[in-house]
Design a protein around this ligand. Sequence first.
Ligand code: XMP
Ligand code: MG
Length: 195
Amino acid sequence: MDNDSLQEDSGPRRQWLQLHDKTFVLYLSETEIQARVAELGRLLNASHVGTCPVFLVMLKGALLFASDLMRHFDGPAEVSFVRTQSYCGTESTRQVQLLLEPSSSEVCNRDVILVEDIVDTGHTLHHYLPILKSQQPNSITVVALLSKPDMLEQPNLALDHVGFSIPPKFVVGYGLDYNGLGRNTRSIYTLKEEE
Ligand code: XMP
Ligand code: MG
């Protein structure tokens, strides 16, 4: 990676981001994101009183969201990870690969909170949810930070909580990447209009 492949203006309130060949502009600020994550945490506290859920984090994109969300959960909880891959550049290939999954003992009879960064076409969750169900968890609660309803190709997909419904534009930041870069920002950015 050369030094020019990641450029930002400075500070947590930066307005734009340069990743590889593309420029991204501020879309959701850290303040907006954190306020919504706290609300989602309150909903999970209310729905999971007296349980010890497993936060099942969909890597890599949901890493930052999950780590903030879990800090709003007051009861005991565990964490595990699943990793799928379907995106190439700024487009879904619609071919979902499962690269890492929890062992059955981590999810069997457990209340699983599946934490996803973004639901786009819905193929990833449509592919993975039956695999998770086959491991016989007690319950599954799907929490996605972002959803692009206009892109959804799996209309029967049940999402329990969505942080923000957004237009069908490519976004990066706060865990989301463009070809590996951009995950380590506090805000979310969208492709600049003319690109
Ligand atoms: P599907 O289409 O299967 O997509 O619902 C889910 C996965 O694709 C990635 N994805 C994105 N990544 N910006 C990203 O950085 C985006 O706008 C975007 N849309 C989808 C993401 O990994 C998600 O879990
Ligand atoms: Mg993802």
